[in-house]
Design a protein around this ligand. Structure first.
Ligand code: AMP
Ligand code: GLY
Length: 452
């Protein structure tokens, strides 16, 4: 087979699509058929594979390590996702034209660097650029230099520094583990002893002022220079209804946000996304892939709560449910430095809601190995408006069993949020997983209805 034209391209060099530099006339990016390898095993990766499996430009879809749901749309492979050499070897063996790295841990470990060095286009930042997520102190430094609005903060390594910072800001206290913690390293509390105890359990913490106001997740695809925002979504981070209970990786999401200012995306592009991407380029560590801005809409304006270096989970499930532009071309344009020539993204007017079904005891150590039933009924009765994206699942003989904390992400679309959430909860109601939990109020307020 003839080599695909982008096979040996690096970001930001002239390509068959034309020069990637801004202002240069060039034809829109066109994609010839591609083989894609997705790395990861969560519902986010299932959502990516779901979209890619419907993309006419994708001729072969592989995922490693994947899960029981992804196995229905992609060929699964075993790989240590944190091992750059192993991922590169798999991509080479499969003849992959594009590798998409889903989770943060492989990105921070430099897996995208290894794949890129082998000349294979990869969607995902370098290990150095992924420090925007990997170290909250690094992200704060980038934001300070780029003048991106965020909470005032102190980086602390001793208890004396911790006490001084907690005293300076007062309650509610916000204490963040500096490193990766799967969404569980942040404690927000009025209890001074709990704030001190969390700080004492971490090597280095960021202590910051409390940000009031609703949260928004805004994703942007970037090739290190051009930035293309996606549609905003809202995530539900707390485990229990009414935003009670501990922080989790995310218990549900919806998009669009009917309550948000229509100018929000433009504003965040100008004040947050483009300045951050420009600053990373200025430092010689360009950020390409998915830049996730976690925002608080405070009474004093938009503030960044955190950056992530990859698609959010579960927000990706609802954002991709609304994206009409075929996904592979978007990811390939970012991976090859061609986003300046991408046609504007097209979006469905439909709303989308996803409800996470989690194992007993999540976000503590989850109980696993329980059979999941009702998936066939959802497929038979609710498709195509509602469908189940798998996270921690695996096949055990004929059964599908739970294999992680967040187990399923039940996703639905509708003409508005009320219809989408009705469909999502109806599908959740057909599923049985012993001891499982889910929130009943996902998107309820935004849809103007009471919890399910
Ligand atoms: P992070 O891991 O930084 O996204 O934090 C997890 C969650 O903690 C966020 O989604 C917020 O709900 C909450 N949080 C983080 N930082 C702040 C802050 N400065 N003020 C209020 N809540 C925060
Ligand atoms: N939904 C939060 C995250 O992906 O970090």
């Amino acid at each position: 087979m003839e080599e695909p034209p982008w096979r040996n391209l690096q970001p930001n060099i002239p390509t068959p699509f034309g020069s990637p530099h801004k202002g240069t006339p060039a034809p829109p990016v066109r994609l010839t058929p591609v083989k894609v390898l997705v790395i990861g095993s969560g519902a986010r990766e299932h959502a990516l594979c779901h979209s890619l499996s419907h993309d006419p430009d994708v001729t072969a879809l592989h995922c490693a390590p994947g899960n029981a749901g992804i196995a229905e749309v992609a060929e699964l492979h075993q790989v240590d996702a944190l091992d750059g050499a192993a991922v590169t070897a798999l991509a080479t063996q499969l003849g992959a034209d594009l590798v998409v790295v889903g989770p943060e841990a492989p990105l921070v470990a430099g897996v995208a660097d290894a794949v890129r060095e082998a000349g294979i286009p990869v969607f995902g930042p370098s290990g150095q650029a992924a420090q925007l997520e990997g170290s909250k102190a690094f992200a704060k430094d980038v934001m300070a230099v780029a003048e991106v609005p965020t909470a005032r903060s102190y980086v602390c390594t001793t208890l004396e520094e911790v006490d001084a910072a907690l005293d300076a800001f007062g309650a509610p206290y916000v204490v963040k583990d500096d490193g990766l913690a799967a969404g569980k390293g942040v404690v927000v509390t009025d209890d001074l002893d709990a704030a001190r105890a969390h700080a004492a359990a971490c090597e280095r913490v960021v202590i910051e002022e409390y940000l009031d106001g609703p949260e928004v997740s805004l994703f942007a695809v970037t090739d290190g220079e051009t930035v293309v925002p996606l549609q905003p979504a809202q995530d539900f981070k707390r485990a229990l209804d009414g935003d009670e209970g501990p922080n989790t990786g995310g218990m549900g999401a919806y998009s669009p946000l009917p309550w948000a200012d229509p100018k929000l995306v433009d504003e965040v592009m100008q004040t947050v996304l483009q300045p951050t991407v420009d600053e990373m380029q200025r430092r010689g560590t360009p950020f390409s892939g998915l830049l996730y801005a976690g925002l608080a809409i405070t009474s004093r304006g938009v503030r960044v709560i955190e950056f992530n270096a990859r698609f959010g989970d579960p927000e990706t499930q609802v954002v991709l449910a609304r994206l009409k532009t075929p996904l592979a071309g978007v990811l390939m344009a970012a991976a090859t430095g061609n986003l300046a020539h991408l046609e504007p993204l097209r979006w469905s007017d439909d709303a989308a809601v996803t409800v996470v079904v989690a194992s007993h005891n999540y976000p503590g150590t989850p109980r696993t190995g329980d059979p999941i039933t009702g998936l066939d009924e959802v497929a038979a009765q609710d498709a195509p408006h509602a469908y189940v994206l798998h996270a921690g699942t695996k096949r055990d003989g004929d059964a599908i069993v739970s294999a992680g904390g967040r187990v399923l992400s039940v996703t639905a679309t509708g003409k508005d949020l009320a219809e989408a959430r009705d469909r999502a909860y109806k599908a959740v109601g057909r599923i049985h997983l012993d001891g499982s939990q889910h929130r009943t109020d996902i998107a309820a307020k935004a849809a103007g209805v009471a919890g399910a």
